[in-house]
Ligand binder design. Sequence first.
Ligand code: CA
Length: 224
Amino acid sequence: MTGKGTILLIEDEPDIADLLRMYLEKDGFRLVHAASGEDGLQRLDERDPRVVLLDIGLPGIDGIEVCRRIRSTSDVPVIMLTARDSEIDKIVGLEIGADDYVTKPFSPRELVARVKAVLRRSEERPIVPKVIELGGFTIDSGRREVVTPSGEVIRPTAREFDLLWYLAEHRGLVLSRNQILEAVWGYDYFGETRTVDVHIRQLRKKLEGIPIETVWGVGYRLGD
Ligand code: CA
Protein backbone atom coordinates (compact mmCIF):
# COMPACT_ATOMS: atom_id res chain seq x y z
CA MET A 1 0.00 0.00 0.00
CA THR A 2 1.44 3.36 -1.02
CA GLY A 3 -1.74 5.40 -1.20
CA LYS A 4 -0.81 8.11 1.24
CA GLY A 5 2.65 8.80 -0.10
CA THR A 6 6.22 8.39 1.00
CA ILE A 7 7.70 9.13 4.42
CA LEU A 8 11.47 9.43 4.66
CA LEU A 9 13.01 8.21 7.92
CA ILE A 10 16.61 9.25 8.62
CA GLU A 11 17.61 7.13 11.62
CA ASP A 12 20.59 4.91 12.37
CA GLU A 13 18.75 2.49 14.68
CA PRO A 14 17.36 -0.39 12.56
CA ASP A 15 14.89 -1.45 15.27
CA ILE A 16 13.16 1.91 15.18
CA ALA A 17 13.08 1.78 11.39
CA ASP A 18 11.47 -1.69 11.39
CA LEU A 19 8.88 -0.68 13.95
CA LEU A 20 7.94 2.53 12.16
CA ARG A 21 7.81 0.78 8.80
CA MET A 22 5.26 -1.64 10.20
CA TYR A 23 3.02 1.07 11.63
CA LEU A 24 3.29 3.51 8.73
CA GLU A 25 2.69 0.85 6.08
CA LYS A 26 -0.29 -0.43 8.00
CA ASP A 27 -1.64 3.08 7.68
CA GLY A 28 -1.06 3.28 3.95
CA PHE A 29 2.26 5.16 3.83
CA ARG A 30 5.44 3.96 2.17
CA LEU A 31 8.57 4.24 4.31
CA VAL A 32 11.97 4.99 2.81
CA HIS A 33 14.76 4.47 5.34
CA ALA A 34 18.16 6.14 5.31
CA ALA A 35 20.72 5.27 8.01
CA SER A 36 22.80 8.44 7.76
CA GLY A 37 22.28 12.14 7.09
CA GLU A 38 24.16 12.05 3.83
CA ASP A 39 22.08 9.13 2.58
CA GLY A 40 18.92 10.87 3.81
CA LEU A 41 19.62 14.05 1.86
CA GLN A 42 20.15 12.04 -1.29
CA ARG A 43 16.92 10.11 -0.75
CA LEU A 44 15.08 13.37 -0.19
CA ASP A 45 16.11 14.45 -3.68
CA GLU A 46 15.24 11.14 -5.30
CA ARG A 47 12.01 10.26 -3.56
CA ASP A 48 10.30 13.58 -2.84
CA PRO A 49 8.72 12.43 0.45
CA ARG A 50 5.68 14.13 2.02
CA VAL A 51 7.20 14.11 5.52
CA VAL A 52 10.72 13.59 6.88
CA LEU A 53 11.31 11.91 10.26
CA LEU A 54 14.77 12.93 11.35
CA ASP A 55 16.83 11.56 14.22
CA ILE A 56 19.22 14.04 15.87
CA GLY A 57 21.98 11.60 16.86
CA LEU A 58 23.30 10.27 13.55
CA PRO A 59 26.69 9.06 12.39
CA GLY A 60 28.38 11.68 10.20
CA ILE A 61 26.46 14.94 9.98
CA ASP A 62 23.93 15.20 12.80
CA GLY A 63 20.20 15.70 12.48
CA ILE A 64 20.35 19.41 13.25
CA GLU A 65 22.70 20.01 10.33
CA VAL A 66 20.61 17.72 8.11
CA CYS A 67 17.51 19.79 8.97
CA ARG A 68 19.32 23.00 8.07
CA ARG A 69 20.34 21.56 4.72
CA ILE A 70 16.80 20.31 4.04
CA ARG A 71 15.46 23.78 4.79
CA SER A 72 17.85 25.42 2.35
CA THR A 73 16.13 23.61 -0.52
CA SER A 74 12.75 22.29 0.64
CA ASP A 75 9.73 23.09 2.81
CA VAL A 76 8.81 19.43 3.36
CA PRO A 77 7.47 18.96 6.92
CA VAL A 78 10.21 17.68 9.26
CA ILE A 79 9.56 15.86 12.55
CA MET A 80 12.69 15.55 14.71
CA LEU A 81 13.30 12.47 16.86
CA THR A 82 15.18 13.45 20.00
CA ALA A 83 16.80 11.26 22.62
CA ARG A 84 16.39 13.78 25.42
CA ASP A 85 13.77 16.27 26.52
CA SER A 86 16.47 18.89 26.91
CA GLU A 87 17.20 18.71 23.20
CA ILE A 88 13.77 20.16 22.43
CA ASP A 89 14.81 23.59 23.75
CA LYS A 90 17.89 23.31 21.62
CA ILE A 91 15.97 22.50 18.45
CA VAL A 92 13.47 25.29 19.03
CA GLY A 93 16.20 27.71 20.07
CA LEU A 94 18.27 27.03 16.99
CA GLU A 95 15.29 27.68 14.76
CA ILE A 96 16.36 25.06 12.30
CA GLY A 97 12.86 24.96 10.89
CA ALA A 98 11.59 21.62 12.21
CA ASP A 99 7.80 21.35 12.30
CA ASP A 100 7.53 19.06 15.28
CA TYR A 101 9.58 16.79 17.50
CA VAL A 102 9.10 13.69 19.61
CA THR A 103 11.19 12.42 22.48
CA LYS A 104 12.38 8.80 22.52
CA PRO A 105 11.04 6.43 23.53
CA PHE A 106 7.83 7.35 21.70
CA SER A 107 4.89 5.15 20.82
CA PRO A 108 4.66 4.39 17.10
CA ARG A 109 0.97 5.24 17.20
CA GLU A 110 1.79 8.66 18.60
CA LEU A 111 4.29 9.27 15.83
CA VAL A 112 1.82 8.22 13.13
CA ALA A 113 -0.69 10.65 14.65
CA ARG A 114 1.87 13.41 14.40
CA VAL A 115 2.69 12.59 10.80
CA LYS A 116 -0.99 12.90 9.95
CA ALA A 117 -1.33 16.13 11.90
CA VAL A 118 1.67 17.67 10.18
CA LEU A 119 0.22 16.70 6.78
CA ARG A 120 -3.16 18.13 7.70
CA ARG A 121 -1.59 21.40 8.78
CA SER A 122 0.55 21.75 5.69
CA GLU A 123 -2.58 21.37 3.58
CA GLU A 124 -4.72 23.74 5.62
CA ARG A 125 -3.21 27.17 5.16
CA PRO A 126 -5.68 30.01 5.68
CA ILE A 127 -7.30 30.88 2.35
CA VAL A 128 -8.31 34.44 3.12
CA PRO A 129 -5.37 36.34 4.61
CA LYS A 130 -6.27 38.49 7.54
CA VAL A 131 -4.56 41.12 9.59
CA ILE A 132 -4.99 41.55 13.33
CA GLU A 133 -3.71 44.69 15.08
CA LEU A 134 -2.95 44.38 18.71
CA GLY A 135 -0.95 46.42 21.22
CA GLY A 136 0.82 48.24 18.38
CA PHE A 137 1.74 44.98 16.62
CA THR A 138 0.34 44.10 13.20
CA ILE A 139 -0.04 40.35 12.70
CA ASP A 140 -0.47 39.41 9.03
CA SER A 141 -1.68 35.86 8.35
CA GLY A 142 -1.13 36.18 4.59
CA ARG A 143 2.52 37.14 4.84
CA ARG A 144 2.88 35.20 8.11
CA GLU A 145 4.84 38.05 9.59
CA VAL A 146 4.52 40.59 12.38
CA VAL A 147 5.27 44.30 12.26
CA THR A 148 6.39 45.61 15.66
CA PRO A 149 5.34 49.01 17.07
CA SER A 150 8.70 50.39 15.93
CA GLY A 151 8.08 49.18 12.37
CA GLU A 152 10.40 46.19 12.41
CA VAL A 153 9.20 43.18 10.38
CA ILE A 154 9.59 39.86 12.21
CA ARG A 155 9.00 36.45 10.64
CA PRO A 156 8.39 33.85 13.37
CA THR A 157 8.80 30.16 12.54
CA ALA A 158 5.74 28.43 11.10
CA ARG A 159 4.70 26.97 14.43
CA GLU A 160 5.31 30.14 16.37
CA PHE A 161 3.17 32.03 13.89
CA ASP A 162 0.33 29.50 14.12
CA LEU A 163 0.46 29.81 17.90
CA LEU A 164 0.44 33.61 17.80
CA TRP A 165 -2.40 33.63 15.29
CA TYR A 166 -4.49 31.32 17.46
CA LEU A 167 -3.94 33.54 20.50
CA ALA A 168 -4.72 36.65 18.42
CA GLU A 169 -7.95 35.21 17.05
CA HIS A 170 -8.99 34.48 20.65
CA ARG A 171 -7.58 37.58 22.21
CA GLY A 172 -8.84 38.49 25.63
CA LEU A 173 -9.72 34.86 26.36
CA VAL A 174 -7.81 32.64 28.75
CA LEU A 175 -6.66 29.56 26.83
CA SER A 176 -5.43 26.43 28.56
CA ARG A 177 -2.23 24.73 27.41
CA ASN A 178 -4.26 21.71 26.32
CA GLN A 179 -6.63 23.88 24.31
CA ILE A 180 -3.66 25.52 22.61
CA LEU A 181 -2.00 22.17 21.88
CA GLU A 182 -5.13 20.80 20.32
CA ALA A 183 -5.74 23.86 18.15
CA VAL A 184 -2.18 24.65 17.09
CA TRP A 185 -0.54 21.24 17.08
CA GLY A 186 -3.68 19.67 15.70
CA TYR A 187 -4.34 16.78 18.06
CA ASP A 188 -3.96 15.59 21.62
CA TYR A 189 -0.29 16.05 22.28
CA PHE A 190 -0.21 13.37 24.97
CA GLY A 191 0.13 15.91 27.73
CA GLU A 192 3.38 17.46 26.54
CA THR A 193 2.18 20.91 27.44
CA ARG A 194 5.71 22.18 28.03
CA THR A 195 5.98 22.54 24.28
CA VAL A 196 3.55 25.46 24.50
CA ASP A 197 5.71 27.18 27.12
CA VAL A 198 8.82 26.83 24.98
CA HIS A 199 7.12 28.41 21.97
CA ILE A 200 5.57 31.21 24.04
CA ARG A 201 9.03 31.99 25.38
CA GLN A 202 10.38 32.24 21.83
CA LEU A 203 7.54 34.55 20.79
CA ARG A 204 8.11 36.86 23.76
CA LYS A 205 11.79 37.00 22.91
CA LYS A 206 11.24 37.82 19.26
CA LEU A 207 8.28 40.16 19.76
CA GLU A 208 9.39 42.22 22.70
CA GLY A 209 6.38 43.77 24.40
CA ILE A 210 3.80 41.44 22.84
CA PRO A 211 1.04 41.33 25.49
CA ILE A 212 0.97 37.55 26.10
CA GLU A 213 0.03 37.08 29.75
CA THR A 214 0.70 33.92 31.72
CA VAL A 215 -2.40 32.86 33.62
CA TRP A 216 -0.96 30.80 36.44
CA GLY A 217 -2.22 27.27 36.69
CA VAL A 218 -4.23 27.62 33.48
CA GLY A 219 -2.42 28.84 30.40
CA TYR A 220 -2.11 32.06 28.41
CA ARG A 221 -4.04 35.09 27.30
CA LEU A 222 -3.21 37.63 24.64
CA GLY A 223 -4.38 41.02 25.87
CA ASP A 224 -4.84 44.30 24.00
CA1 CA B 1 20.47 7.76 16.60
